[in-house]
Design a protein around this ligand. Structure first.
Ligand code: B12
Length: 479
């Protein structure tokens, strides 16, 4: 039984209901190996621990698996603890980014809750681990896991990456499709998909290049398009988020995907993220993006200060970000970006400057995020003396975790809220200049943000409000 942690921080969930892709792949892998699987998306259902308890009791699974990044790890462990409380014989397994790096801390502090941590990609490791456990074999022989051996956390050698991503099995049939919608599109069915894995960059605040060891592997364009058509025909999918860190990395492959989307009239709206430099590279084919159905692109701008970008190892130039947003806007696609604020040297003045810059760049959607120092990131040693809380639930890019020297955490929170308000106030003034497609989208998104997101509550607390009808963060990329 695969269970998502019931964690919420009110950002992306205001824009849509997102299915758990890791479980589609993992359930596909264990089913292929002969096991039965159930996916229970407690997060998207907004179920509480009572609901989760009832559902686990009803399924009575032999094995409960959960997944975690840093913000969700506390709840993921809580789910596994609950499964153990219901039946101590249940085998519990945790995977995902955070456990991949913090397995020692997790196993040592939660010996009653977590039997095994799977490190890295799970499709080969999980079936092998299950086979070993049920055959009462030696887990030390399974590459890519960690567990307690005589009370001491031990890790087995790392597993190499899966060679052929086209060969992976998927369990799309286990998804409860009617739940998953993208709220800015009427009658939508939203899929979460993947065309490649990895990132070759070295941004110090990010976890993804560490997780994928700066390597990048991709599915063939044909396999991705066939999957999209299958999801459309079988489950009525008409919006799909591409979860890839950089789907565009290989220009030929990406253009082939766009060509196939156009030739085959796939007709699915696509939400994606990519790098600023790839957008600049693709200037000549921006219209192809639009024609292929790319509706919404998030680009990671992160900062308007070249010094800061260089310190983070971001490998782009400030002026390039502005141009990339201009190109996305020029092709009538929704442009979105985020500015990462709250480093130790942040001041109210530097935040105000960033907001002015954001207005100047003019993305349709901008997010002003509080930097979260993942404890395993390359950035961590540099900022660790400024870390104000070790409660991982706050590591969600919304709540400040680092305390700037010249600001309190409250002041930083309020400054972030003011940034949103100022940016969207300005947007509102220029709504008439947008195309009908964008205007409609922006009105819906703004309404979602104002009514459903964390911004609503936080702004109320700070005596602020979002200008209506302004909006929400749609794709996930977003962060
Ligand atoms: C889709 C997505 C979401 C969806 C999640 C839907 C869901 N239930 O899965 C939504 C929109 C809800 C979401 C929300 C958030 N997200 Co998010 N999200 C992503 C995104 C884009 C893709 C994740 C994905 O599906 N990848 C594809 C799968 C196949 O890969 P995978 O998850 O790594 O899984 C593989 C392995 O890790 C392993 N594995 C994973 N779990 C398990 C479990 C077991 C048992 C095993 C054996 C193996 C295993 O095997 C899998 C297959 O190989 C990533 C960025 C990215 N490119 O990965 C960010 C990302 C995971 N999100 C992130 C963040 C910060 C958040 C939020 C906290 C942020 C926010 N402010 O909104 C929220 C919190 C959730 C909430 N409810 O409020 C960060 C996490 C950073 C970190 N290191 O902690 C990421 C990495 C974005 C980033 N670049 O920083 N997110």
């Amino acid at each position: 039984m695969f269970v998502t942690p019931p964690y919420h921080c009110g950002v992306l969930e205001s824009a849509g209901v997102w299915l758990p892709l890791p479980f589609v792949y993992l359930a596909g892998a264990v089913k292929k190996a002969g096991y039965e699987a159930v996916i229970y998306d407690a997060m998207s259902r907004f179920d509480n621990y009572e609901d989760i308890k009832r559902r686990i009791e009803a399924e009575s699974p032999d094995v409960v698996c959960s997944t975690a990044y840093t913000a969700t790890v506390v709840d993921a462990i809580e789910v596994l603890q609950l499964a153990k409380n219901i039946n101590p014989q249940t085998i519990t397994i945790l995977g995902g980014i955070h456990p991949t790096f913090c397995w020692d801390e997790i196993l040592t502090n939660n010996e009653d809750a977590v039997d095994f941590v799977v490190r890295g990609e799970g499709e080969e490791t999980l079936p092998e681990l299950l086979d070993t456990v049920f055959a009462k074999g030696d887990p030390a022989k399974v590459a890519g896991i960690a567990y307690l051996d005589d009370g001491r956390a031990v890790a087995t050698p790392q597993r190499s990456f899966i060679r052929d991503l086209n060969s992976l099995d998927t369990a799309w049939d286990l998804i409860d499709w009617p739940m998953y919608t993208f709220r800015t599109k009427d009658s939508s069915t939203l899929a979460v998909t993947q065309t490649s894995r990895g990132c070759t960059q070295a941004c110090t605040f990010c976890s993804q290049q560490l997780f994928w060891e700066r390597k990048w592997r991709a599915r063939s364009p044909e396999s991705f398009i066939a999957e999209l058509e299958f999801l459309r025909d079988k489950f009525g999918v008409n919006v799909a988020m591409i979860t890839d860190e950089v789907p565009t990395l290989n220009r030929n492959r990406w253009e082939r995907i766009l060509d196939l989307l156009i030739e085959r009239k796939v007709g699915v709206d696509i939400l994606m993220e990519t790098r600023v430099d790839d957008i600049l590279r693709d200037e000549a084919i921006m219209n192809k993006y639009k024609e292929a159905g790319i509706a919404h692109i998030y680009v990671g701008v992160e900062s308007g200060s070249q010094d800061q970008l260089d310190r983070w190892g971001k490998n782009i130039k400030v002026e390039e970000s502005r141009r990339a947003i201009e190109l996305i806007n020029g092709a009538d696609m929704i442009s979105e970006t985020a500015f990462v604020l709250g480093m130790p040297e942040e001041t109210p003045e530097s935040i105000a400057k960033t907001v002015e810059l954001a207005k100047h760049y003019s993305p349709d959607l901008a997010f002003f995020l509080a930097i979260a120092p993942w404890p395993y990131s390359n950035l961590y040693p540099e900022v660790k003396d400024y870390v104000a809380t070790k409660d991982y639930r706050n590591y969600n890019l919304v709540e400040p975790v680092i305390k700037p020297v010249a600001m309190t955490l409250d002041e930083l929170s309020q400054a972030l809220m003011r940034s949103f308000r100022d940016f969207y106030m300005d947007k509102l003034k220029h709504l008439d200049a947008l195309s009908p497609f964008k205007r409609d989208y922006m009105v819906k998104v703004t309404k979602l943000l104002a009514e459903h997101s964390y911004l609503k509550e936080q702004m109320k607390g700070a005596g602020e409000s979002l200008p209506s009808p302004l909006t929400s963060p749609p794709s996930h990329a977003i962060i």
